[in-house]
Write a protein that binds this ligand. Structure first.
Ligand code: SF4
Length: 319
């Protein structure tokens, strides 16, 4: 092995990890991923990060801090965009700079910029990384092809893992769409295990990724203005599609306190849901969110949904 590369388990990790794994393993590097988020990682993240940041960014700081003494390099790419004409949240773009500013004694940070929809940009970025790691051109080209050949969608893997928990549980007819950024939906510590709580309540969980890309595109294009955040297109497009086709009974939106994007998406989706009389609940998460209050709101929402499904179909959809 040529050295250890640290991959913090947060933010874009939830979407792009298989591609990164394919690349670095092909170059013969050892990959060290930080563990699932826990109390210690959260506390260090809060301590090291600026107060104004959202909870996922604070948690990301905790993951970097966990790795910093255990690896030779830390991989925190600057991923500006995933699709043409669309961008990521500024906090994702600025992540490497925030980390370098807030956490001391870091090993070298690989913070290459990616515009992930452009083959030329991806190739240039992987070339740059390979050269900085003193790899030769032929092994860099091979690793680049390996990264791009990785068709595995990591979110599909995470969904399957979660849903395998429910195989022995007889499900009800309650179909709930769970909305939010992947790094919120799939970080069990951050979201207080909401997916397992829903499974225990025999809910059929529907994820934004269950909606086909062509439907996401079609429905997000119905907005009067083009959505220029990729995450927004996916969240709003999938919600509109499922609401319009009446495939869901309700929606739970997991938002992060201080997230400007979430405040826009919840507003747009709430209006659409209200038109179709679909109840939507927004659960806002930050480091102060208490689990007891969170559980109470969730239980009240589920009780209302079960009662509504059984007895009435005309209850108010207001939260
Ligand atoms: S989109 Fe929202 S939750 Fe995600 S990094 Fe930006 S501010 Fe934080």
């Amino acid at each position: 092995m040529k050295g250890k590369i640290g991959i913090p388990r947060g933010m874009m990790y939830y979407e792009l990890y298989p591609e990164w794994e394919g690349y670095f393993r092909s170059l013969n590097f050892d990959l060290i991923t930080s563990p699932r988020t826990n109390k210690e990682i959260l506390d260090i993240g809060i301590f090291t990060c600026v107060d104004e940041a959202c909870l996922p960014v604070k948690i990301f700081h905790g993951h970097v801090d966990y790795l910093k003494d255990k690896v030779d390099y830390i991989f925190i790419p600057k991923i500006t965009s995933l699709c043409k004409g669309e961008y990521n949240c500024p906090k994702i773009l600025g992540l490497p700079d925030m980390i370098k500013h807030s956490i001391g004694n870091l090993p070298p940070v690989i913070d290459t910029e990616f515009q992930s929809y452009k083959r030329s940009s991806i190739k240039r970025a992987y070339n740059e990384i390979g050269k900085s790691l003193e790899c030769n051109s032929s092994s860099i080209s091979k690793a680049y092809r390996k990264a791009l050949d990785t068709k595995d969608k990591y979110i599909d893997r995470l969904e399957a893992e979660i849903l395998s928990n429910r195989k022995d549980i007889e499900s009800t007819k309650l179909n709930l769409l769970i909305l939010g950024h992947p790094y919120v939906i799939f970080d069990e510590f951050l979201n207080m295990g909401i997916l397992n709580k829903l499974i225990d309540n025999k809910v059929n969980i529907v994820f934004p990724e269950d909606v086909e890309e062509k439907d996401v595109l079609y429905y997000s294009n119905l907005l009067p203005k083009r959505m220029f955040w990729t995450e927004g297109r996916r969240i709003v497009g999938s919600a509109f599609s499922l609401i319009d086709k009446q495939k869901i009974d309700g929606i739970i939106y997991l938002s992060s306190f201080g997230c400007g994007l979430d405040s826009v998406f919840t507003y747009i989706i709430s209006r659409k849901a209200k038109e179709r009389n679909i109840p939507i609940m927004e659960l806002t998460l930050d480091e102060q969110t208490g689990e007891a209050g969170f559980n109470t709101r969730l239980e009240a929402y589920l009780d209302m949904m079960k009662w509504r499904n059984k007895n009435e179909n005309y209850l108010s959809s207001l939260r």
